[in-house]
Write a new protein. Sequence first.
Length: 486
Amino acid sequence: MTQRHRTGAAAGGLAAALTALALLAGGCTEAGGGVRGTPGAAGLRDPYFPKLGNGGYDVRHYALTLTYDPASGRLSGTADITARATQDLSAFNLDLAGLTVGTTTVDGAPAAANRAGNELTLRPREDIRKGAEFRAVVAYAGVPEPLTDPDGAREGWLRTADGAVAVGEPAGSMTWFPGNHHPSDKAAYDITITVPAGLEALANGVRTARRTAPDGRVTSVWHAPEPMASYLATVTVGHYETTTERPPGPVSTGSPTAPASPTGSPGPSVLTAAERSLAARTAALRAEVPGIVARQERLFGPYPFAVAGATVVADGTLDYALETQTRPVFPLASFDRTTLVHELAHQWFGNSVTPASWRDLWLNEGFATYAEWLYGEAYEHVPARKRFETAFAQEANWAFPPAEPPTADNLFDAPVYQRGAMVLHKLRETVGDRTFDGILRGWLVKYRHANATTADFTAYAESVAGRDLGALWAVWLYGEDRPSAP
Ligand code: ARG
Ligand code: ZN
């Protein structure tokens, strides 16, 4: 029997009578070994965003069924969340900002819902046993309000003239669906989205169906089975042109008999999109996506997802390009080859191997920046050492150590990107090219589709190198000051 019922008994009168009924109703649960749960934590104590995410459960799958009306800006949706309890639970939280919550159920039975700030608490009738899988279904609707990040960037569900674009790093996804919005809880996603006739609706993964209802509205069904952190979930609605490509052929041989890629994998299928007025002028660079991915497979190993791509949206919508899983999104102004290489590199560094907390963000940005340097060295004749020396000379890159941004406002500052990349270059020079290559590829295999911390990386690098690298980390990863020489 649950704590809740006992508390009710003390309230006397009617409550006691109800409690008696509840006790009777709950009798069989008791006989089966009733659970006495406690509420899951309202946050995961992230060093920068302590209330992001929630404790007590681990999401396995999100099925989001959305309808969007660009004219009114109204989004209505159902989030059907499959999770596993990691403790005996009497209640648990989801992160949700704005919107109005309708019916809420847990395992098909109505569950009480309470909201406070960005926390939605669901209290099921029966406590949930540790280890049990359960389903929470939340109906919701409203006009989503974007968030302003600590660094001033706007994110979340961003409305456009004829649609919307949803991006969520670090915290914007709570503006368009309830969830466990911390990068440490990755899950599979199925996103179904219905929009007015004539509009495109894109999301992560592979489109498995597209159907037109009698009223003309169009529903697209997107399947993204590989684990995904919620900040990488995306939706794009509007007038878009799309291009689909089969897995790319060989990068350089041009021979029909050569293996499809040096890794032996046929490579992912590719879907790129551009807002229709930008389609022609972005076509050439979008067509480079398969080739860039194939080259990156040579550098890092197999691409970790079934599909790749890029979506280009009009300027003024987004403050930043984002590596949204399988389909990074770019404002036109940042749709250039370097940024494309960067966001595609994040599919390995950040999306497959995901930081355990926001403190570990350099594992994304330092690595994606170094991926640009490696790509430039391998394919554009610019030695990484040169990029390293340029970055070393820039004052702004030394504001703080990459693994220790002072506050949430500094998460995306230059040191996380540039000093992060410098750490990797220094590591490479210290252990040699072959060992460095082994570290980079092995890291991606060991933590594929998982989460990792900075300590995981330093320990892994030392284990592959077979030596202590403490002095290197002390200066380049954690040191406050710029060393005297690059
Ligand atoms: N991850 C993005 C990149 O590839 C940047 C996201 C910036 N987010 C922000 N809130 N400033 O560089
Ligand atoms: Zn990045």
